[in-house]
Ligand binder design. Sequence first.
Ligand SMILES: CC(C)(COP(=O)(O)OP(=O)(O)OC[C@H]1O[C@@H](n2cnc3c(N)ncnc32)[C@H](O)[C@@H]1OP(=O)(O)O)[C@@H](O)C(=O)NCCC(=O)NCCS
Length: 211
Amino acid sequence: MPLLVTPALPPGSLAAQEQPHLRVRPGLALRPWRDEDAPVVRAAFDCPTIQRWHVRRLDSDDEARAWTAQWAVHWRAETAVSWAIVEDDDRPVGQTGLRDVLLSEGSAQVSYWLLPDARGRGLATEALGALTLWSFTQAGLHRLELNHSTANAASCRVATRGGFAVEGVARQSMRHADGWHDMHQHARLRTDGPICSAGLRPADETRGQVG
Ligand SMILES: CC(C)(COP(=O)(O)OP(=O)(O)OC[C@H]1O[C@@H](n2cnc3c(N)ncnc32)[C@H](O)[C@@H]1OP(=O)(O)O)[C@@H](O)C(=O)NCCC(=O)NCCS
């Protein structure tokens, strides 16, 4: 049965290029994951809060290496993308990226976490701003969704400060270790206007790309 709508983005839109390095601001950047980041990833998934909201743990260094290696595969398959959030020393302090990338609909789901020591400085909001800017101006996506448990107040603040409007509550739509959680659905459209997060002002729209 022929489709009556053309894909929002053609296949190959992402995979035709290498995953870029994104500059957030001086001293903060997003870069692709590397094998040697595995110990940091293992430490992240030892954090009870990350385990709680991302519903996974890592049990070995091999699993951590598999975690870092998967992103090159997902990039080529155009299904997901993840960046390490790094400060001046290039050591990851967190991750942000997109899951459930659907080029045909021009949409994706946002994900982020920070290691405990990196929290409390607004880094997730800044990283989300750079991710959003890249998604709309470079990747050509149309809609980004951001879902978090209604019990995750910090994530709600990050979403709100990142300009992701609340669209509603999906009742008991996700299971966590302690049972079903209502999920707050936020979304941002490319047409929602300039990115005004804590880290990016409208005049900064040329930033966020280093290549
Ligand atoms: C969510 C997360 C990335 C935010 O990290 P961060 O950028 O350091 O966030 P901050 O500490 O700057 O806090 C952001 C806002 O949330 C508020 N906040 C932080 N912890 C909070 C809590 N436990 N309850 C209520 N508000 C909280 C802060 O006061 C701040 O509010 P403001 O915007 O009004 O200043 C981080 O907490 C984290 O990695 N959590 C575990 C993983 C996770 O939850 N991922 C998201 C899954 S959807």
